[in-house]
Design a protein around this ligand. Structure first.
Ligand code: NAD
Length: 364
């Protein structure tokens, strides 16, 4: 990569550990500053980093992190309602920003972020980067190599009874900006954009099974909290290529026997692993064959973890990023349009180029 990438992290909650684990395996990435609304949490994370990464990190305020000359890029791991606010502050400070999904809680906010970034000339990057792993990239290569013929359709299925079963503070999953589509949809919809290209229109229908949920674990176990979003969302995505994807995202159903993702073509069907993971087996059923058989991993970052998208951007600058804000904006418009559709076709105003494929690459 040349010069080490110096990262400032804002938002130090549940997901932070996965990023730090990946960065610890990448010698060219160093965390130099951390900030959180909870200053004690920031101090504890900075102190741990001093011990584990071999160089010190400072616990600072958001303002100080954005003003720091030694922060090359801001990693925004705050909750979705704060994504746009933190991104806009980073952009105003002239710093590129890589944010957790979704790009923002609403299209209005996300559009403002992208406009500000364009005016200031800084990059906006957006998770998920799981799509750069061996699972989705091997599936993509199988499609690009013609193993299923002409792609015609895909299905995406994510079913769980709800995150309150394990998350000690699950309220945000059931408020605007949450729900199964906004929370888990980014993995599936981003994967569909990588596999089949951009989407031109959607139709969606949603429902919710109950107006309250109960926390199952942690200090608030037994407490009820309100549900303000649809908790079962179904939809159909028409891709620019003509392919059609069907989506089921649910916090209301117990389990499914379906593959996370399937892509069907004129010459075969592909079972694609969980897009919320980097790895997993791709299986191909060729037309006239004996059913599904494994496809040898042939593309993507091997043994990657969250944060590989930031590394990929730094490695490939100034070429357009594979985990770009442009894709994040398109994915958010797809999701918001599904939620607003109420059974009517919604034509999309955004698009995104299908990101470049990732060759098989060791990253550790
Ligand atoms: N938890 C997971 O398993 C998981 C997995 C993948 C992605 N994500 C995504 O990661 C993001 C964070 O999720 P999480 O589970 O780590 O949340 P969390 O609630 O555990 O942590 C969020 C942290 O951000 C801080 N924060 C919020 N607003 C802030 C602001 N304005 N300035 C500074 N700090 C602020 C909070 O104090 C908190 O420490 C979300 O976008 C989520 O969708 C989470």
């Amino acid at each position: 990569m040349g010069e080490p990438l110096r990262v400032g992290i804002v938002g130090l909650g549940n997901i932070l550990g996965q990023y730090l684990e990946m960065f610890s395996a990448l010698p060219d990435v160093t965390v130099v500053a951390v900030a959180d609304l909870d200053a004690a949490r920031a101090a504890a994370v900075a102190s741990d980093l001093g011990a584990t990464q071999g160089s010190a990190a400072r616990a600072v305020t958001l303002e100080d992190l954005l003003a720091a000359d030694d922060v090359d890029v801001v990693l925004n791991l705050t909750t979705p309602s704060a994504h746009a606010r933190v991104a806009l502050a980073a952009i105003a400070a002239g710093k590129p920003v890589y944010g957790e999904k979704p790009l923002a809680a609403t299209m209005t906010e996300a559009t403002e972020v992208m406009r500000a970034a364009e005016e200031r000339g800084v990059d906006v990057l957006c998770a998920p980067d799981t799509v750069l792993g061996v699972g989705i990239q091997t599936a993509r290569k199988a499609i690009d190599d013609g193993l299923i013929g002409e792609p015609i359709a895909a299905t995406a299925t994510m079913v769980t009874p709800g995150h309150e079963a394990w998350h000690p503070n699950p309220d945000f999953y059931y408020l605007p900006g949450g729900g199964p589509l906004m929370d888990m949809g980014p993995y599936y919809v981003t994967a569909l954009v990588h596999l089949l290209g951009p989407v031109v229109s959607v139709v969606g229908v949603g429902s919710r099974s109950r107006s309250e949920r109960t926390i199952a674990s942690g200090p608030r176990a037994g407490q009820s909290f309100p549900v303000e979003v649809d908790t079962h969302v179904t939809g159909v995505l028409r891709h620019a290529s003509g392919a059609v994807s069907t989506l089921v995202m649910s916090f209301d159903a117990v389990a499914t026997a379906a593959s996370h993702l399937e892509v069907h073509g004129t010459a075969g069907s592909l079972a694609v692993p969980d897009p919320n993971q980097f790895d997993g087996e791709v299986r191909l059923a060729p037309l006239g064959g004996d059913g599904f058989a494994p496809v040898t991993p042939s593309a993507g970052y091997v043994e990657a973890g969250r944060g590989i998208g930031l590394y990929d951007w730094a490695e490939n600058r100034p070429r357009s990023a594979r985990v770009s804000g442009e894709v994040g904006l398109h994915v958010l418009e797809i999701m918001e349009s599904l939620l607003n559709s109420e059974g009517r076709t919604v034509d999309l105003v955004t698009t995104a180029e299908r990101p470049d494929p990732v060759p098989l690459t060791m990253c550790r």
